[in-house]
Design a protein around this ligand. Structure first.
Ligand code: NAD
Ligand code: TYD
Length: 341
């Protein structure tokens, strides 16, 4: 199979490309990435070395640029596209929503248009549980029938992209599936998100900023389980459908931070409560019964095992953290993130 993967230098996209080369011998991957602060070609160095120029190609481009996407699809005809490229951090979207609309909405629309005119036979659009809004403590988990009610500029831009994907199926019969997943963790995650940020700060005995009361709940999933779900959707998903994926692991932020501190042997006195995020979603939880029934999906990691493996990966890959830190992370810590403390 020849696949165009967008956002393949980011956290989940790079894990997906590693997953493909680990599990499927017959795959050729074209990785299209703009290399924003979140993209790091180093994430794919081993694949580039092993397969570059024969089964792996990298194209630096913007999914919102029609000419660039057209040129790439002409140069590399593909059977399918998996769209991970996005602006992804809720806090950044609160600070400046514009790039979220440009990439997540216009970029997705452009990619759908170019894919359709190139005759691409399958398109998986990677979305998020955040399009559903949030849940109270006793509400049932989100299903695919839950109405979309996004809270942040990030989730609103992802919901808009989902609507466009549905429209391309309904109007043009374009074979698109949507995946909606809960919070991921694992190797190669940029340290602005909760788990790698807390790892990074605790490792250097810096205070850990917990928003509000720390009782917000996320349904944590190891990135390999998400990648497996995306790939099952690519192979077996029914066009025009969205599939939920979750990790069966609802945890409060305080649970996550405490587990991290205990894995690192650090004291709970590092925890610092800070001003809450505006519009902060209280709880996410995914019902993935449809993915289990139709695709055979089941998460393989428990949260405790997945987090221990992830911490071990970050400890063994200090050079990766240093390469990220020397650039975008330092800027992130020194500028607007500092205002939250
Ligand atoms: P990330 O921020 O780590 O990576 C995003 C990647 O997209 C980067 O490599 C970046 O350079 C690239 N990119 C950004 N704008 C682009 C553009 N205009 N053109 C081409 N490339 C561009 O994100 P992630 O955490 O890997 O998330 C990937 C996808 O999964 C996103 O669509 C996100 O909404 C979705 N998702 C993420 C999570 C999560 O917990 N991280 C959960 C559910 C769904
Ligand atoms: P995050 O990793 O940004 O993912 P999302 O907002 O998409 O769920 O945040 C996960 C949870 O952790 C969320 O409830 C916000 C909280 N959080 C903190 O308490 N402190 C932090 O420094 C960060 C980055 C997040």
């Amino acid at each position: 199979m020849r696949l165009l993967v967008t956002g393949g230098c980011g956290f989940i996209g790079s894990n997906y490309i590693h997953y493909l080369f680990r599990n499927h011998e017959d795959v050729t991957v074209i990785n299209l990435d703009k290399l924003t602060y979140a993209g790091n070609p180093l994430n794919l160095e081993s694949i580039e070395k092993a397969h570059g120029g024969t089964r792996y190609f990298f194209e630096k481009a913007d999914i919102a640029d029609p000419e660039a996407v057209r040129r790439i699809l002409e140069a590399h005809p593909v059977d399918a596209i998996v769209n991970f490229a996005a602006e992804t951090h809720v806090d950044r979207s609160i600070n400046d929503p514009a790039p979220f609309v440009t990439t997540n909405v216009l970029g997705t629309q452009n990619l759908l248009t170019m894919a359709r005119s190139a005759g691409v036979e399958r398109f998986v659009h990677v979305s998020t549980d955040e399009v559903y809004g949030d849940l109270g403590p006793d509400d049932p988990r989100f299903t695919e029938a839950t109405p979309l009610k996004p809270s942040s500029p990030y989730s609103a831009s992802k919901a808009a992209a989902d609507m466009l994907a549905y429209a391309y199926y309904r109007t043009y019969g374009f074979p698109v599936c949507i995946t909606r997943c809960s919070n991921n963790y694992g190797p190669y995650q940029f340290p602005e998100k909760l788990i790698p940020l807390m790892f990074r700060l605790a490792s250097t005995d810096a205070p850990l900023p917990v928003y509000g009361d720390g009782m917000n709940v996320r349904d944590w999933i190891h990135v390999d389980d998400h990648c497996h779900g995306v790939h099952l959707t690519l192979l077996k998903g029914t066009p025009g459908k969205a599939y939920n994926f979750g990790g069966n692991a609802e945890r409060t932020n305080m649970d996550v931070v405490r587990t991290m501190l205990s894995l690192l042997g650090k004291p709970e006195s590092l925890i610092t409560y800070v001003k809450d995020r505006p519009g902060h979603d209280r709880r996410y939880a995914m019902d993935y019964a449809m993915a289990r029934r139709e695709l055979g999906y089941e998460p393989r990691y428990t949260f405790e095992q997945g987090l221990a493996d992830t911490v071990a990966w970050y400890q063994a890959n200090g050079a990766w953290m240093e390469s990220v830190e020397s650039g975008a992370y330092r800027e992130f810590m020194n500028t607007w993130y500092g205002d939250r403390r």
